[in-house]
Ligand binder design. Structure first.
Ligand SMILES: Cc1cc2nc3c(=O)[nH]c(=O)nc-3n(C[C@H](O)[C@H](O)[C@H](O)COP(=O)(O)O)c2cc1C
Length: 329
């Protein structure tokens, strides 16, 4: 039997890791392979100082990549042995190490999640008005729980309250010139050759307005218009989830990122798509309100709406080349 060297298996795993979602598609990760160990690091140069001053979303994004890497390792026939970095005093940019463990017979779930990785896309459009059975949401809730997070499906009343808070958060954020400047730096006009950032097409947001990036960001009423669009999307979405963790420390941010990607991959494998509503957690007042509204959620870390996509994503977000983010030592 032909044996692939461990470092080569892990190099292939990095190709899978980089397909993970990340805040503003910053792809704030770096990888290092040494023999049978993959190190996942966060890249502080890809920080978002306005919406993510404490680096919470940056670590969550790296943890999504870590989760993809774990799925890749299992699908390639090895146990995934993860050590999350617990201390703040060593290398603060090291998120986790992933060892290639003993041989493992890949399960149906391993393979289904692996197939879902390249198919998963953030879909910001509206979803079909079809209910999602609790048997299906229970699978996603169990996936989040297995990673150490709590995920709660909101009642119609809670959903409506969140949609209102999201509208308010959009208005507040777009009223801040520093927020608009940061966002502009990560929105790509169509035709751009950039390998990071979000391709900007109004239709991908479910709007028919033919706006360019520059005109959109200059428009003073955008926060209100965008907030209204999001409010309608949320009210019409069959499922809104909030993911929370018991503490708000780095270890729990990493747990939440892994839980998030587990949920997104299960959703994809079940024919569902997700859209993020994290602006509501970037405004401190509304984050606290959500924490108080949902008993047992702890610290709210992520708000998602989920449903059957009406239309696929036509302009997938690009990725940097693996060679730009991987060091083999
Ligand atoms: C931690 C985190 C926070 C995110 N927050 C938002 C958000 O608030 N709004 C949004 O539209 N997308 C959000 N996204 C989605 C990213 O913009 C998306 O993953 C990225 O553009 C890459 O696109 P893809 O998911 O289709 O691969 C978030 C992703 C992550 C991992």
């Amino acid at each position: 039997m032909l044996m692939i060297p461990p470092a080569e298996v892990l190099r292939q795993v990095v190709h899978v890791a980089v397909m993970a979602p990340s805040s503003h598609n910053t792809q704030p990760w770096k990888f290092r392979i040494h023999k049978d160990v993959l190190e996942v690091h966060t890249d502080p140069a890809r920080h978002l100082p306005v919406i993510d001053a404490d680096g919470r979303q940056r670590l969550q994004s790296c943890a999504c990549a870590l989760y993809n890497a774990r799925v890749g390792v299992r699908a390639m026939g090895f146990v995934d042995e993860v050590t999350v970095m617990l201390t703040d005093d060593v290398d603060r940019d090291l998120v986790a190490t992933l060892h290639l463990g003993a041989p493992h017979i890949s399960t149906e779930t391993d393979l289904a999640l692996m197939r879902a990785i390249p198919l998963r896309r953030t879909n910001r459009r509206s979803f079909l008005p079809r209910p999602v059975a609790s048997a299906i949401t229970d699978v996603m809730i169990a996936a989040a729980t297995a990673e150490g997070a709590t995920m709660v499906r909101l009642s119609p009343d809670e959903k409506h309250l969140i949609s209102h808070l999201v509208h308010e958060a959009d208005r507040a954020q777009f009223g801040n010139p520093a927020f608009r400047a940061e966002l502009t730096g990560w929105l790509n006009p169509i035709g751009s050759r950039r390998k990071d950032g979000i391709p900007f097409v109004e239709k991908e947001y479910g709007s028919n307005l033919p706006f360019t990036v520059a005109r959109t960001i200059r428009s003073p009423s955008l926060g209100n218009d965008f907030g209204k669009l999001e409010e309608d999307h949320i009210d019409q979405s069959p499922v809104v989830f909030v993911i929370g963790t018991p503490t708000d420390d780095r270890v729990d941010w990493i747990a939440c990122g892994q839980a998030l990607e587990a949920v997104l991959l299960h959703a994809t494998s079940l024919g569902l798509s997700a859209s993020f509503l994290n602006q509501v957690l970037e405004v401190p007042g509304s984050r606290a309100q959500i924490g108080e509204m949902i008993p047992g959620i702890g610290f709210p870390q992520m708000v998602l709406r989920i449903g059957i996509p009406e239309d696929p994503v036509h302009h997938p977000a690009p990725r940097r080349d693996v060679a730009d983010v991987l060091e083999m030592i």
